[in-house]
Design a protein around this ligand. Structure first.
Ligand code: IPM
Length: 240
């Protein structure tokens, strides 16, 4: 029987509520297959700040590196604010240190009965089924920041290699379907140099992010397939 170690980081807020449900699903998979999961639980985020003064301790980072997978809930909350030590530092460090450069965010309804819960009308949202592939280790989140009293900067940078590797993930997902699904790359190439690099590297169909966001609300089914976007506001704001 194959056995995998999973580091469980429930985090803050809704995390401790949803993670036990996710573990029930994993246990069910385990009960019906030849796979066994071994869980170890640790702190990350605001709960770690409360106990250790940092969002992610070196010990937990080491555990994450040694594990086969990390199951993470959520971090942050008004209690911790946006001071020098922030819960979000935990998840950003994990993404970078584990090189988790492709963040998959599905947009689909597991059951038709759930469409009534959407803020969009069922007639608009029914049948929407796309996967947002968010680049997860670059862009303005990770450039070397300058933070002074009267000046601040977050360089929004990408290398060709960073764009290529996430584009390969998007393409691999699209190619799992027969015929292959469309891949739409969303950017701000009318303003950002880094977006124009994306367009030079990725020869696909492109959409400006602002019009894409509007179309996603108006006609989400037209995005069915794979939607690729960079790490910063583009993909983060598509997540609804
Ligand atoms: C917790 C935070 C750093 C994170 C992000 O902005 O990437 C979250 O909002 C998300 O979208 O996964």
């Amino acid at each position: 029987m194959a056995s995998y170690s999973i580091l469980v980081l429930p985090g803050d807020g809704v995390g401790p509520e949803i993670i036990p449900e996710a573990i029930k699903v994993l246990d069910l998979i385990s009960a019906h297959s030849n796979v066994k999961f071994n869980y170890e639980t640790a702190l990350m985020g605001g709960c770690s700040i409360d106990k250790h003064g940092v969002a992610l301790t070196d010990e937990v980072l080491e555990l994450a590196k040694k594990s086969d997978a990390v199951l993470f809930g959520s971090v942050g909350g008004p209690k911790w604010g946006a001071g020098k030590v922030r819960p979000e530092q935990g998840v950003l460090t994990l993404r970078k240190e584990l090189n988790a450069f492709a963040n998959l965010r599905p947009c689909r309804f597991a059951s038709k009965s759930l469409t009534d819960l959407s803020p969009l009308k069922p007639s608009i949202i029914e049948g929407a089924d796309f996967m947002i592939v968010r680049e997860n280790c670059g862009g303005a989140y990770f450039g070397t920041k300058i933070e002074e009293d009267n000046f601040a900067s977050d360089p929004w940078q990408y290398s060709r290699e960073e764009v290529e590797r996430v584009a390969h993930v998007a393409a691999a997902l699209a190619l799992q379907h027969d015929p292959p699904q469309q891949v739409i790359s969303c950017d701000k190439a009318n303003v950002l140099a880094s977006s124009r690099l994306w367009r030079r590297v990725i020869k696909l169909s492109h959409q400006l992010a602002d019009s894409a966001a509007m179309l996603m609300m108006k006609d989400p089914r037209s995005f069915n397939g794979v939607v690729l976007a960079d790490n910063t506001w583009v993909a983060n704001n598509f997540w609804w």
